[in-house]
Design a protein around this ligand. Structure first.
Ligand code: GDP
Length: 324
């Protein structure tokens, strides 16, 4: 497969050792494993995550017979891709939505300040409004027996309400309003002194009353993880009962993404993540760390500052990027 080629090329020297062998052994894959390890560390995958993955690959590969007619190097590289995509989830994970008649779908966004949370809120609003969330994923469309396409939606676009719950930064509220104006989406704001929980409650009431399709709650970010932020998030979550709690992670944070994800998942509980700034010059190792640590999928990636730059996450594509 095309996908394996760049790594295969890079690993030519080491996987060449596998030629003419009929079994993968510690001795003949050791060098190749070292190269994979280096590639993942270069991609800024968290060290513990790298070690676990290498252990998994080693366990699967050592002792495995080399399949007749298959280039052994290709067989080894295939194992690596399979382990990586296994960790990242096989298919693109769509946004969970509420059944028709069950009220608006609620999405809660969390993350550190500067991660791209407010931008992601607007991006997601546009995505839902554009009905991209209703289309079968590209991965599903590639399946041998693709599920029947849903009937083309008719009528006005889904109504989305953005709720501004960053009560500590009036500038964040303004930013959300500016972005929402660009995509013609409504924003709910209220007196910031009411606190995040009360604003979320009121926003949800407005959304239910106004028959909105989706509510996206933008919460406060901090420079660092702190107890007050986590408590507030837990409270907003308890009040809003979101269908999705998505952690917004800056792909450029590299190694730190693992600790960040662990903290948010343990303290608040997440259902997935949005990885931002993938247009930067990062190999995207954070993706692997986030999913390995939380077991939750990355649902979307941000690929630019513009509000249109949101895409579903494709594990296989990311595996290729990480391995370089
Ligand atoms: P917040 O503090 O988490 O709400 O972060 P913001 O949404 O204000 O984003 C912080 C900065 O990152 C802004 O300058 C955004 O334009 C920028 N940003 C957000 N997402 C992306 C992305 O996917 N790619 C790039 N290049 N910049 C982004």
């Amino acid at each position: 497969s095309m996908m394996f080629e760049s790594l295969a090329e890079k690993m030519d020297q080491t996987v060449r050792k596998l030629r003419g062998t009929d079994k993968m052994t510690e001795a003949n894959i050791g060098g190749a494993l070292k190269e994979v390890r280096r590639a993942m560390l270069d991609a800024d995958v968290n060290l513990r995550v790298v070690n676990q993955l290498i252990a998994d690959v080693r366990e699967r590969a050592v002792g495995q017979d080399v399949v007749a007619g298959v280039e052994p190097g290709q067989q080894f590289i295939k194992i690596i891709y399979e382990e990586l995509t296994r960790v990242m989830g096989k298919d693109a994970a769509p946004l969970s939505t509420r059944a028709a008649g069950a009220g608006p779908t609620v999405v809660l966004l969390a993350g550190l300040q500067g991660a791209g949370k407010t931008t992601a809120a607007a991006k997601l609003a546009l995505y839902v409004k554009s009905r991209k969330a209703e289309k079968p994923s590209a991965a599903a469309a590639l399946e041998a027996n693709p599920p029947p396409a849903p009937p083309a939606p008719t009528g006005p676009p889904p109504k989305v309400l953005l709720v501004a719950c960053d009560v500590y930064r009036p500038a964040a509220v303004e930013q959300l309003q500016t972005l929402a104006g660009m995509i013609d989406v409504d924003v709910f704001t209220d007196d910031l002194s009411l606190g995040a929980v009360e604003i979320a409650r009121r926003g949800l009431a407005v959304a239910t009353e106004g028959k909105y399709h989706t509510v996206i709650i933008d919460t406060a970010g901090r420079q660092v993880i702190n107890d007050k932020l986590m408590r507030e998030l837990r409270d907003v979550k308890a009040a809003a009962k979101p269908d999705e709690t998505l952690l917004v992670v800056d792909a450029m944070t590299g190694q730190e993404a693992a600790n960040l994800t662990r903290a948010f998942n343990d303290d608040v509980g997440i259902t997935g993540a949005i990885l931002t700034k993938l247009d930067g010059d990062t190999r995207g190792g954070a993706a692997l760390s986030v999913q390995s640590v939380s077991g939750k999928p990355i649902k979307f990636v941000g690929t630019g500052e513009k509000v249109e730059r949101l895409e579903p996450f494709f594990p296989e594509r990311m595996a290729s990027r990480i391995l370089g």
